[in-house]
Design a protein around this ligand. Sequence first.
Ligand code: SF4
Length: 361
Amino acid sequence: MLVIIRSNYDAVLDALTSGFEECGFDPGSRKVLIKPNIVSPHKPTVGATTHPAVIEALLVYFGGRRCILAESCVVGVDTDETFEKTGLAKLAAKHGAELVNLQRASRVTKAWKFGELSLPNLLFECAYINVAKLKTHILTGVTLCLKNQKGVLADADKMRFHRIGVDRAIPALYDVLKPDFAIIDGIWALEGEGPGKFGERRDLGLLLMGNDALEVDNLGLQVMGFEPGEIAHIPDAHLGEIRGEPLSNVRAKFKRSKGYYKKANTFYYPCGACSGCSNAIAEAMKSLMSKPWKHPLKVVKFALHGIIGKRFFVAGVDAKFPEGRGAVVCIGNCSAKFAGENSLKLVRGCPPAAADIIDVL
Ligand code: SF4
């Protein structure tokens, strides 16, 4: 069963209540584990993270004391700090819910397509509700419920997923881990260069809900205007009965990601790279620009490149030459082969240190 509900964040408790009733969802006597999408400490107004109003409404609906709020951020971002900065820690305390940093959760080993994978025990002991965001993604096209599951992995496995190829690893993860219920927060959605602040917020005013996360993701793709088969990590699924708002009334055409980030004349192509390399580049740029007196020569050289040419960072196992001419620097061990074959500068590490990136500029 699928439900499409129009809502805003003030009325989200009523919207969720009617969605659960339409789908007949009942967690029974189990604890309820809520897995939001809080990848980084973005403000809710960016539209990149599950809105706190949705999380709070779930805590009220199920009764906070029987709920567990569980998440682990992308590689290189401190989850505990993010819980504080996003107000999740306060929300959990206010409603008596348990707050779990999944990086420290005890794990069970499961067999999966690529050998063995360790997953948090809690996901199999509780009624697991996946609460994703409706948004585009520079690497995978979109990030909905299936991709939101990547946040339950240990950091080492998050990076392994990128070496396997996320488009193959994410559906394989879904083979061994299925949520009991799936929700997509599309009230404030994100299009363009998601999943973070480079994307553009799109106020859609929709909640998508259902018992089957794969169907909910396929519904999300249709709402965003993606063609069947366009997003490699979400297998096509037949949509069952849809209640609430008719799908034909809510179809939109989301801006696709171009596959790179751009700031002035500096471009970053994350060719299959995980956030470890992406964050290292962001950190290097931040350090260079916020404390220019620390690296005066580098800043001048970097600025000159910005004026007379382009600077490209490429990372990831699928590293390739970007479109356009300019200085190319390969970031991280995943791009070492490409760098070697093409005699390009390489910053080694997994992830590399920001200081080492600044050194090669
Ligand atoms: S080298 Fe970079 S992209 Fe590759 S796994 Fe390590 S951090 Fe991720």
